[in-house]
Design a protein around this ligand. Structure first.
Ligand code: PXP
Length: 239
């Protein structure tokens, strides 16, 4: 079985920096230490409103990272241009709303397919792998395959938020989605709301190749340091 990759999302290190509009804590330093802790990938979301990650962070991480780099972004012309210039290993397209606290749901690929077709084509021509962040919904998975994405990232938020009585049903939905995606020739990633307490059942779904985790790791890093926080998550994810 392939080893499960951990993408560490460093956005919230930048959130703390931007709370004071200062130079610390630096998400680039966080990325380097996350790599020391065993991260397989550095993930960040360059938002249109630049509320946390800035262009400078993207530039430095793309120069310095020793592991994979995954840029989450909205499907806009500006973001496409930045990705083609910075050349991350992969781009995960996500929905973006100005008023939201964090990414709230998956993309709707059934409406606006044209927009996604163009961005995916341009990124692929630029040698960048593409993933669609979608809910575990069979029609969205089919649409992702049709558009030509290389992978889907399954939104695990509902699983994470489910109470103890509903967790196994939500896990079943994630598992069916992962199997369906593989049937359609897609690689499978997952993320959102995963923590030290709920990650293991998701890590055991064999079709999932990559988890992207941010808030929980950065929160733990405040107390134990990011290198150790990442190492502990890597240990939990071993299947
Ligand atoms: N994957 C995607 C596509 C996301 O948008 C986010 C949040 O930025 C994450 C993973 C990480 O979510 P969390 O911070 O809840 O671990």
């Amino acid at each position: 079985m392939k080893r499960l990759r951990l993408g560490v999302n460093i956005d919230h290190v930048a959130t703390l920096r931007e709370a004071r509009k200062t130079i610390e804590p630096d998400p680039v330093t966080a990325a380097m230490l996350a790599e020391q802790g065993g991260a397989d990938q550095i993930t960040f979301h360059l938002r249109v409103d630049r509320r946390h990650i800035q262009n400078r962070d993207v530039r430095l991480i793309s120069e310095m990272a020793q592991t994979l780099v995954n840029q989450e972004m909205a499907a806009t012309a500006e973001m496409q241009e930045i990705a083609l210039a910075m050349h991350p290993d992969s781009v995960t397209l996500v929905p973006e709303k100005r008023e939201e606290l964090t990414t709230e749901g998956g993309l709707n690929l059934l409406g606006g397919g044209e927009k996604y077709n163009e961005v995916v084509k341009a990124l692929k021509e630029g040698g960048i792998k593409t993933a669609a962040f979608i809910d575990p919904d069979l029609s969205q998975i089919k649409a992702a395959a049709k558009i030509g994405f290389d992978a889907i990232e399954i939104h695990t938020g509902e699983y994470a938020n489910a109470g103890p009585g509903d967790k196994s049903e939500m896990l079943g939905i994630l598992s069916v989605a992962a199997k369906t995606a593989v049937k359609y020739g897609l690689h499978v990633h997952a993320g959102h709301g995963l923590t030290y307490h709920n990650v293991q059942p998701v890590a055991l779904i064999p079709e999932i190749e990559e988890l992207n985790i941010g808030h929980s790791i950065v929160s733990r890093a405040v107390f134990v340091g990011i290198e150790r926080a990442v190492r502990e998550m890597v240990e939990l994810m071993k299947r």
